[in-house]
Design a protein around this ligand. Structure first.
Ligand SMILES: NC(=O)c1ccc[n+]([C@@H]2O[C@H](COP(=O)([O-])OP(=O)(O)OC[C@H]3O[C@@H](n4cnc5c(N)ncnc54)[C@H](OP(=O)(O)O)[C@@H]3O)[C@@H](O)[C@H]2O)c1
Length: 340
């Protein structure tokens, strides 16, 4: 039975929910993998029972070997926004190979939908930070060995991006919340962060059922009419949806046209290979606009009967009011460093 699990990306929005779900009842011990042991995020996790840390970088084989030798399970969420699509594709595969070599018993890959593949290899849906993870997911499921259980947990945009990040509304002087996005009549398969942790826990608790599985999760496919209706019902505030073209959306974006898709790397990073931020997120919005991603909600109800099932339920649970709350560590770190 798996006892000690390394979580890569542990200090992040996703990884921290996984850590909490694994240790809350002391069933597992967790080693968090972080570049900086003394960050607030790392220290907060280290105050939980059963949590220890390994300081390292996911772009360094020696660190990966040393960390994997301390544990028997791994949850790996590489940060595509920091390392970029090309690095994520390579390191995703290499990390899996090292897991087999070091005798890991259960390897879980935190993934995202392989959008360009799901879109029939139409580059309209090319999205580096999704395609890298999806490509790796395909590779590791096809190359699994008898010695190591392998599961994929495919999530999607966090519902919490309504607090911080891409779905945040613009507040007008009269209090109206404006949701201006290039979504048309499409839907985003948003997922509540806490439930990602619970799905990861289910995977480690059920190795026979989860071995070889790509568990594709979401809370609800959210359309923007439903979004503004929910906001009005839950907050009592006026909410308006403005359907933008991709061009108009990016013209208003704080990210400059030449910003790299790996926007969380060094502040002055330039695109050398791979997509720009605008190109990457054009593919992303197009995938939601054209509804190319599905989920089996009946299966998710069976796996996690207490999952949050709708946007409205989530808004009531988290007391959503349209105001900003920090979510992504990368963004918190950039703001601290004075970078937009
Ligand atoms: N935003 C969304 O809606 C969403 C949804 C699903 C999946 N994702 C994916 O999740 C990933 C980001 O994770 P997150 O959402 O949890 O973001 P986050 O809150 O910004 O966390 C980023 C995490 O990545 C770690 N990290 C970055 N570079 C690293 C490196 N070189 N070596 C070791 N650790 C490194 C950070 O650890 P330290 O700083 O402690 O080293 C931190 O734990 C991205 O690939 C993104 O595509 C995002």
């Amino acid at each position: 039975m798996i006892k000690k699990i390394l979580v890569i990306g542990a200090t992040g929005a996703q990884g921290s929910t996984v850590v909490r779900a694994l240790v809350h009842d002391k069933k597992y011990e967790v080693v968090i993998f972080t570049r900086n042991l003394s960050s607030e995020h790392a220290q907060e996790l280290l105050s939980l029972p059963g949590v220890s840390a390994f300081q390292g970088n996911t772009l360094n084989e020696k660190d990966i070997y040393a960390a994997f030798r301390q544990v028997d399970g791994v949850y790996c969420n590489l940060d595509g926004f920091a390392i970029g699509e090309i690095n994520e594709t390579y390191w995703g595969i290499r990390t899996f190979e090292i897991a087999i070599e070091t005798g890991i018993k259960h390897y879980v890959w935190g993934s995202l939908d392989y959008l360009v593949k799901k879109g029939g290899y139409n580059s309209k849906y090319r999205c580096g930070h999704y395609d890298a993870k999806g490509r790796v997911a395909d590779f590791i499921l096809q190359n699994k060995t008898k010695t190591m259980k392998v599961s994929v947990l495919t999530s999607g945009p966090y519902m919490e991006m309504l607090f911080d990040g891409v779905f945040v509304p613009k507040l007008q002087e009269d209090g109206t919340l404006i949701y201006a996005h290039p979504i048309g009549k499409g839907h985003v398969p948003m997922v509540h962060l806490e439930d990602i942790g619970k799905y990861a826990r289910w995977i480690f608790d059920h190795p026979q059922k989860s071995d070889g599985l790509d568990l594709e999760v979401a809370t609800e496919h959210v359309g923007w009419k439903n979004l503004v209706d929910c906001v009005q019902r839950v907050t009592g505030k006026k909410a308006v949806f403005i359907d933008l073209s991709l061009q108009d959306f990016f013209a208003k974006s704080p990210m400059p046209k030449d910003a790299p898709a790996a926007w969380a790397q060094t502040p002055d990073a330039k695109v050398t290979t791979g997509q720009t931020y605008w190109e990457n997120f054009s593919g992303w919005w197009s995938a939601w606009h054209d509804d190319i991603v599905t989920r089996d909600y009946e299966m998710l109800d069976n796996i996690l009967p207490d999952r949050v099932r709708s946007l409205e339920e989530w808004m009531r649970k988290v007391k959503y009011d349209g105001a900003f709350r920090p979510v992504l560590k990368d963004l918190v770190d950039r703001r601290k460093a004075g970078i937009r």
